[in-house]
Design a protein. Structure first.
Ligand SMILES: Nc1ncnc2c1ncn2[C@@H]1O[C@H](COP(=O)(O)OP(=O)(O)OP(=O)(O)O)[C@@H](O)[C@H]1O
Ligand SMILES: Nc1ncnc2c1ncn2[C@@H]1O[C@H](COP(=O)(O)OP(=O)(O)OP(=O)(O)O)[C@@H](O)[C@H]1O
Ligand SMILES: [Mg+2]
Ligand SMILES: [Mg+2]
Lengths: 160, 158, 160, 158
């Protein structure tokens, strides 16, 4: 049991720096993940620290809203690297991201996630414009909300 | 495996029988505020075994269409997830609310909740691992967990 | 003391329905604010309920992300109506709003807040495009983050 | 009264002496992620009397430029808010961090914190009333307070 835990921990901490660099598209970005107590990792906590591109090492609580979102996605994709779920559902993860970071996240999803299917909910064209298909949901008539669903296959419209 | 269709029957704001799909490698769900986008995510989370508090309701019966205004249209509702496995055969998971409790089916055969969840886990789907569903407003918290919380997350995954 | 409390409560509950209708630009929108215990309001809680346009009465917890943001702004502007602060600072309040609701909030700020100065932080052109002036902030060089500030007076560019 | 300028001296990511303004009736602050927009809001909140936990720091000295990487450039920092009252005269509020504590000035004269906050309250500015500052990510919570929380909010306002 503790062997599997250590293996999981090592796998994710090896992967996370590379994933964070790819997500931020910047070799200067750094991510560290490791146990407080390397002898017996499952007894203590696991620390996570990101150094945003162009910045220096500081506590995670100093990060801005957008920087925290990128750090969170790096961790999520690193966990997937160890234990791949077949699909992700991400509800408005782009809310705190500026357009540059939205572009980076969208191209990471497109280029670096081969065995992963992604379903995102988004209000921003800069994000959902990268999708293969759009599921449009609109409110229909009724006493209470009735959701109507439309499907657009975008792969028909542009040559990928 | 690949999630191809989600079918809903009287689930939250989806009245009657509604089929969503075929889904692609990268699918985006769009629409105005309050139209039912997060309800669609609740449908996927529900069929994957998520508990009611993560579905923004107090009781399972609140998931039935119309119960938000106290007038449920039916006594039950269900969601079916249709996967294609290795490009060949279809694998269907169905979870329904009947009366006040859940029923589970795999390819149409009724199974226990533990058999259902075990089969999902074999595919890498484990809602307790919180490694594939990111609810609205929750993304930043993933990075801000305490070291102890992270340890228990890794324990669940390994 | 309790008299002032009751007066405050009554003032805000009288104003909130009208403000919510103006914010949602829809006469069907309804907002209710009132004490649990009308005899002695300060002893109990104060309930707040919104009925989004096109919907029926339901608990606030049923509202979607965008609907909650509009309900929150209606309350904020109603409190201002009773006890006006000279200015507001709103940090990315548009994060969960679709473009239609962003337009509604921006025009409410422009048209209905005479004695209120508003400073918003936003990533969305659909929102900051309505401002009289833009304060642009960019990261400059340095060991740690150094914020550089630029000012654009937009009133010079378009006829209001 | 109208907030015309915010002046900062070594406050968070603002190095040296930085003046922002003139501000207008409707001013928008824009810029990339992590550039210092919320730090600007922290400057306004600080000079209006907000406590350190709402400014995302543990100690007042963390507000000094450079302390985020353990290398503060100075022993103090300050923020000045310059108002125009009734279109005529200027009213300046200044709050600074010197050593580990705050100092307060109105129009250049040193005053106690209670005199400072009382003068702000006369203008309708009361940080305890939470009625004019909406921090990043906090807007939805304003509508979702419990009835009891709403009562204490109204008590503070009235
Ligand atoms: N059982 C139900 N039957 C019918 N409607 C329901 C039911 N449960 C919730 N709803 C409705 O669903 C709406 C919320 O939908 P949802 O949260 O999916 O919106 P959304 O599209 O995600 O919006 P946003 O973009 O603002 O996040 C509520 O207004 C509520 O009335
Ligand atoms: N005392 C300080 N000195 C220098 N830099 C600091 C100090 N305190 C915080 N910072 C820096 O400020 C940055 C955060 O800035 P801020 O939260 O204002 O970003 P933002 O523009 O609001 O971004 P977002 O759009 O993502 O919300 C951090 O990266 C941190 O390094
Ligand atoms: Mg939603
Ligand atoms: Mg910010």
């Amino acid at each position: 049991r503790s062997e599997r835990f250590t293996q999981c921990c090592n796998h994710i901490s090896d992967a996370i720096d590379g994933i964070y660099k790819k997500l931020a598209r910047n070799e200067a970005a750094q991510a560290y993940l490791g146990p407080d107590n390397p002898e017996e990792p499952y007894l203590d906590g696991i620390n996570y620290n990101c150094v945003a591109p162009g910045k220096r090492f500081q506590p995670m609580s100093n990060l801005s809203g957008g920087e925290k979102t990128i750090a969170a996605l790096a961790l999520l994709f690193s966990i997937h690297n160890y234990q791949p779920a077949p699909f992700f559902v991400l509800d408005e993860i782009d809310a705190a991201l500026d357009n540059t970071n939205i572009g980076k996240v969208a191209s990471y999803i497109r280029d670096h996630t081969t065995n992963l299917q992604t379903i995102v909910i988004s209000l921003k064209e800069e994000f959902y414009g990268h999708a293969d298909a759009l599921v449009g949901i609109t409110p229909g008539d009724g006493d209470c909300l009735v959701s109507k669903v439309y499907l657009f296959d975008l792969t028909k419209f542009y040559d990928k | 495996s690949f999630l191809q269709y989600i079918e809903m029957e009287n689930f939250k704001s989806y009245r009657g029988h509604v089929v969503v799909g075929p889904l692609k490698q990268f699918t985006a769900v769009i629409g105005p505020n309050g139209s039912g986008k997060s309800n669609f995510m609740d449908a996927i989370s529900f069929v994957m075994g998520e508990k009611t508090t993560s579905l923004r309701v107090k009781r399972l019966s609140d998931l039935i269409h119309g119960s938000s205004i106290g007038r449920p249209v039916a006594r039950s509702c269900y969601v079916t997830a249709k996967f294609i496995v290795n490009g060949e055969y279809q694998l269907e998971f169905q979870r329904s609310v009947i009366g006040g409790s859940s029923e589970y089916r795999i390819n149409g055969n009724s199974v226990s909740s533990s058999a259902y969840l075990a089969r999902l886990e074999k595919m890498g789907i484990n809602v307790k691992a919180k490694n594939f569903l990111v609810f609205q407003g929750a993304v930043e918290n993933i990075a801000m967990k305490t070291p102890k919380e992270r340890t228990s997350l890794f324990e669940e995954i390994s």
